[in-house]
Write a protein of this length. Structure first.
Length: 226
């Protein structure tokens, strides 16, 4: 079962999508107002998929997508009555994973949801990460050592720690990190990532100059071992 958030302002469509996704075994949370959804996403992004209508009251689906991509790589599916090639490209450019024009075939929606949620459940289930003797609680953003809180992370730091854990033992390029954590519509430098990793080393490594968890791979990126 996947946890899916639907942001759509058309009541009949909300009911249709929710019913059919629940019949597929998914857990569905709905919002009909972009502003309310925006406030919610500032506190909660623990979903396997977010489905966004493009044209929403107050805050548009495009703006919600940009907001989500500031801290998360959760799959995003756009629904929109604006189905031109230009509109689809614009949606994908700002970080959406797929785009479904209205009116759509229900079977196509269910298929896209199935494809987009494959493999995401295990990633979003990561709530506790052990790094050496430290415990990172991804739900509270707290870092504990010997059951005492020694640090509190930001959302972006937690997203980066989760990415390292998901890719543990693999070399992650700086470009992949920038794309998944910052999104395609932001332009931080690779030095930004270096600064985050340096902060991680200072916190988690006994000797930040001889790391055992966060390794630099020259000319490529980083590798993480817990």
């Amino acid at each position: 079962m996947s946890k899916i958030c639907l942001v759509e302002d058309e009541r009949s469509l909300i009911e249709l999508i929710q019913l059919n996704l629940e019949l597929e075994g998914h857990e569905i949370f709905t919002f009909s107002n972009g502003k309310i959804a925006s406030e919610h996403f500032k506190k909660e992004l623990n979903y396997d998929l977010i489905i966004l209508d493009v044209m929403l009251p107050v805050v548009s689906g495009l703006d919600l997508c940009r907001q989500i991509r500031e801290t998360s790589s959760i799959p995003i599916l756009f629904l929109s009555a604006k189905g031109t090639t230009y509109d689809r490209i614009e949606g994908l450019k700002i970080g959406a994973n797929d785009y479904l024009p209205k009116p759509f075939d229900l079977e196509e929606l269910l298929l896209k949801v199935k494809i987009l949620t494959i493999g995401t459940k295990s990633k979003n289930d990561i709530t506790i990460i052990e790094i050496g003797n430290f415990i990172v609680d991804c739900s509270s953003y707290e870092v504990k050592l010997n059951e005492k809180i020694v640090h509190t992370f930001t959302k972006r730091e937690i997203s980066l720690i989760r990415l390292f854990k998901e890719k543990e033992g693999q070399v992650i390029s700086r470009d992949e990190i920038l794309d998944k954590i910052w999104g395609k519509d932001q332009f931080p430098t690779t030095r930004t990532i270096d600064n985050y990793v340096l902060a991680f080393r200072k916190l988690f490594e006994g000797d930040s100059k001889s790391p055992t968890h966060f390794f630099s791979i020259r000319g490529v990126g980083y590798k993480f071992l817990s």
